[in-house]
Design a protein around this ligand. Structure first.
Ligand code: SF4
Length: 492
């Protein structure tokens, strides 16, 4: 089996999900598995011995690297055009769980939800039936929860949600990794906050926590090999024992152990001295607070419910813990956003500057991308022209205040939206985009050539009674809840 990470090896070496699944499969005596990356030119296992190819699909744009890999290894892009002697090719990951439909004709099957148990079951069946026809194997695979086999016309596919019975970690520590020599471990999965746009929250409900003892055991395991530890989770500080975990690490540091510890994100309610102090002691230099929007009204619309008072309190904790600055993260083009909301970002910055002299702040912005299976899946993106106007206004006004600002490309966010609300009609389009070089011009040219209305996927507002291509995925809390939640949020 080849296990593909569609990106450079350095990213793969910092990808907890990819490395952990590799470990789980590699531990089975029955499977000979090899990791392959975008730049892999030669492999240990020869192409003609490969029976199965698994692909980790994390970002929408990864499809370009996946096509590159298929082309390089001489496999047809569409499952129906591959030979019986070709391996079964499957993919899993957040992109697939949220909406597998744009890739329906590419992969033989896909994994919906958490992959730990499903991948093992799948490989066992493929091994057992390896001498059978592909059709027969796929028929069996379609019986497993969380396995979507497009050729089997399943009426529904249930998303699999694993219990976090163990603490998963990066089994390889590499100096070539994007985060060099860092041991990454998962403390919790999901986020209970359910922001209206947030796919990381909705596809990982309900939030699950790893037991405290297992976290400590895993931290100790990591510390045997490196002093760099990264704790991962979308709402890490919601862990009921997170403060105790911090205390444990603090004690080690106070007893002379050198530890660099970082966390993936902090929510405002975790900007408390007990936590921030330890992170600063453990070398974390920058703290980021995702405020998402400048005005309290818009923060309510997205379900962030973060008050200005809480933002000020977080800054005060940062200052008291010895930090000289903080980064804020936000989004432009959110549903119902007006110029007044944008101006509030500038006004808030002015108030911070006036209140906390000498404390430096910076901003990072992306633009709203509607994601399938979230309450905001019905809302289209704002036109690029208006987003650019907002971005330019913010750049100008924040620069005047001496505040650094970074904004993601609205053009690429547009294509992300196209993919995230895409359907099977996009298959030939995606193939053509790849063949035309995969740059932004290729997306435009292929759309013109194949008469694909990309605005329909990326910009249009949909009515609540619209049937989506991805409705067949059974995922809690379910579409009816998403409709009610969407209406509730938008009415704020
Ligand atoms: S708090 Fe962050 S991770 Fe949680 S739902 Fe909101 S955006 Fe997503």
């Amino acid at each position: 089996m080849w296990f593909l990470f569609p990106g450079p090896e350095s990213f793969a070496m910092s990808s907890l999900g990819y490395l952990w699944l590799f470990r789980a499969l590699d531990m089975s005596d029955e499977i000979d598995i090899e990791r392959v990356y975008s730049e892999t030119k030669t492999t240990r296992i020869m192409r003609d011995k490969i029976k199965l190819i698994g692909i980790s699909f994390t970002f929408d744009i990864d499809f370009l690297e996946i096509f590159k890999f298929l082309e390089h290894n001489n496999y047809a892009f569409k499952a129906s055009e591959r030979k019986e002697s070709d391996p079964l090719i499957f993919a899993g990951g957040p992109v697939i769980t949220s909406n597998p439909e744009p890739y329906k004709k590419i992969f033989d099957f896909m994994i919906i939800g958490d992959g730990e148990t499903t991948n093992i079951e799948v490989t066992k069946i493929c091994k057992k039936l390896q001498d059978k026809q592909k059709k027969e194997i796929l028929k069996e695979l379609a019986k497993i929860d969380g396995v979507y086999v497009p050729s089997e016309n399943q009426q529904s596919v249930k998303k699999v949600t694993n219990k976090l019975s163990e603490c998963i970690y990066t089994p390889i520590i590499s100096d070539k990794a994007f985060f060099p020599d860092t041991f990454i471990l998962e403390v919790e999965r999901g986020c209970a906050n359910r922001c209206g746009f947030c796919i990381a929250s909705y596809i990982n409900l309900p939030i699950r926590f790893v037991e405290y003892e297992k976290i400590i055991e895993t931290i100790n395991l990591g510390l045997k090999h490196t002093n760099k530890i990264a704790l991962l989770g979308a709402q890490i500080t919601a862990h009921p024992k997170f403060k105790e975990v911090c205390k444990y690490v603090e004690n080690l540091i106070d007893n002379g152990k050198q530890i660099d510890m970082s966390v993936s994100s902090l929510r405002v309610d975790s900007f408390v001295p007990e936590i921030v102090n330890v992170l600063v002691k453990a070398g974390q230099k920058n703290l980021t607070l995702a405020i998402e929007a400048g005005s309290e009204r818009l923060r309510k619309v997205i379900n962030k419910n973060l008050t200005e008072e809480q933002i000020f309190k977080a800054i005060e904790v940062a200052i008291n813990c010895g930090l000289s600055g903080m980064k804020f993260y936000g989004m432009l083009g959110l549903p119902t956003e007006t110029q007044a909301d944008i101006e509030e970002i500038v006004n808030l910055s002015k108030r911070i500057k006036a209140k906390y002299k000498g404390f430096s702040i910076s901003f990072g912005f992306s633009t709203f991308v509607p994601k399938a299976n979230t309450p905001f899946q019905w809302f289209g993106r704002e036109d690029e022209k208006f987003l650019n106007e907002k971005a330019n206004y913010l750049k100008k006004e924040l620069h005047k205040l001496g505040i650094q600002i970074n904004i993601s490309s609205p053009k690429w966010d547009y294509y992300q939206a196209l993919l995230s609300r895409g359907d099977e009609d996009l298959t030939d389009y995606l193939i053509m985009v790849y063949k035309l070089g995969g740059k932004s011009g290729a997306f435009k040219k292929a759309a013109k050539e194949l008469e694909i209305n990309t605005d329909y996927y990326a910009l249009e507002n949909y009515s609540y009674d619209k049937k989506f291509a991805w409705d067949f995925i059974e995922m809690k809390p379910g579409k009816e809840f998403l409709i009610q939640e969407s209406k509730r949020l938008i009415a704020q």
